[in-house]
Design a protein around this ligand. Sequence first.
Ligand code: BG6
Length: 512
Amino acid sequence: MKTNDQPEPTVFVIFGGAGDLTWRKLVPALFDLSQDRSMPADFSVIAVDRVDLSDEKLRHRLHDGVKKFSRQGTVKTGEWGEFAGHIRYQQGDFKNLQTYATLGEQCAKLEKEWGAKVHRIFYMATPPSMFGEIPKYLGKAGLARDRELSRIVIEKPIGYDLESARKLNGILADSFAESQIFRIDHYLGKETVQNILAFRFANPLFEPIWNRRYVDCVTITVAEEVGVVHRGGYYDQAGALRDMVQNHLMQLLCLVAMEPMVSFDADEIRNKKVDVLHAVRPIHHDAVHQYVVRGQYGKGWIGGKGVCGYREEDDVSPDSQAETFVALKLFLDNWRWQDVPFYLRTGKRLTRQVSEVAIQFRAVPHQAFPPEATLDWQPACLVMSIYPDEGIVLRFQAKHPGPRMSLRTVEMQFNYQDTFAARSPDAYETLLWDVMKNDATLFMRADQVEAAWRLLMPVLDVWAAAPPGDFPNYAAGTWGPEAAQGLLAQQGHSWALPMESVGRRAKKGTRA
Ligand code: BG6
């Protein structure tokens, strides 16, 4: 989280510096930070990769990425030129100690030039197969030794299951202390996700009713309109449970359900979050089908256009069993949440893109109004919209004007675009800035990653043993398989209505 001070001199080493993540996310975010004067006065970006490239060619490619993805909109030539002067390219094999020796020399040279201790950030923007290699070489080359100055950044996926996550965490821990390891879940960098903490704990209003006495159920939806785009090869091995639930949805669950933190210390907040995962009631192997629904999209219609089914996507097996949709029902065994269902769902090729958390409140204990007054009655609901409509809506009952007592559902709204004139930073800006400031609050700790895998292992085991017989089981452009509605209907619940009206970008949609 940001304070006002600038980071100290920093060398940003990006392994996979010629790759897509660097081009699309990392360099545009660093550029935007530099435009906001949030980069240190002395910094250098060293892009390391195997391909043969010159500094000039790399800068040209990165300029293109900045023009496409920077928050600044237009990128002035002078501004880019000034920033690009900080970027250099180093060709090297990630599995060759010499690559790391050269990096060490570069860092020492910059330290001398700047006359200061230099923070060294090693970012693994590589395919996951390299995650277990690079830390070993950094360790061997002595580049991990300084616990204050050296940091390593790793993107999800952190492992493929509990065992591989443990192994990877072990490899990281062989060379780096936990305080030096920054595991990115980009959801935590989103303004609206950070705002869940602000909303809950900076206001006295809702916390007293944020519990089983007043909350009937919680729904968390992360729906995407897109399919697998160009990532069929990766996705077909992963599926939605690994790709989205193990990380992004579990993080949202933790923020919504955690106890108030005592201080804004990274470990204090992360302890409170991991407590939530420890409280989740385990899903037993023989009950997986009662608590979890999986789906895969077939062909359908999105935005008036016909789209192909998942099995027809590039790099996807024609008889793929990978799930592109998951819905789960979870319970937390603790005082605050006992018996309150948390319903989580995520999927690709759904009706539209929407990420939101809805707290659905219980009905009043006694309904004193005449039946005809309550024909439109809906329980009160607080919707925290993460994306694309960034804001919060409270739905409640109000008296409809007129001589009769008649109740209608109305909304009170807050939206980011109207309230704050500035455009929200991209999640990566926040996260990269935090890495430079050595603030791990928004990053996943090893125990949290493992706790999330542990919860999901029975589901992965059961699914692996019993391939679905009914895939594809939802048409692209719908809200997923029918069974996902049934999961809630058993308890008399339904998925909250996606928030239509908060943001200016809101589109008219259908009921989910
Ligand atoms: C990534 C997943 O972590 O998150 C993708 O690998 C998914 O499959 C993406 O599309 C969603 O992120 P966002 O920020 O667009 O909601």
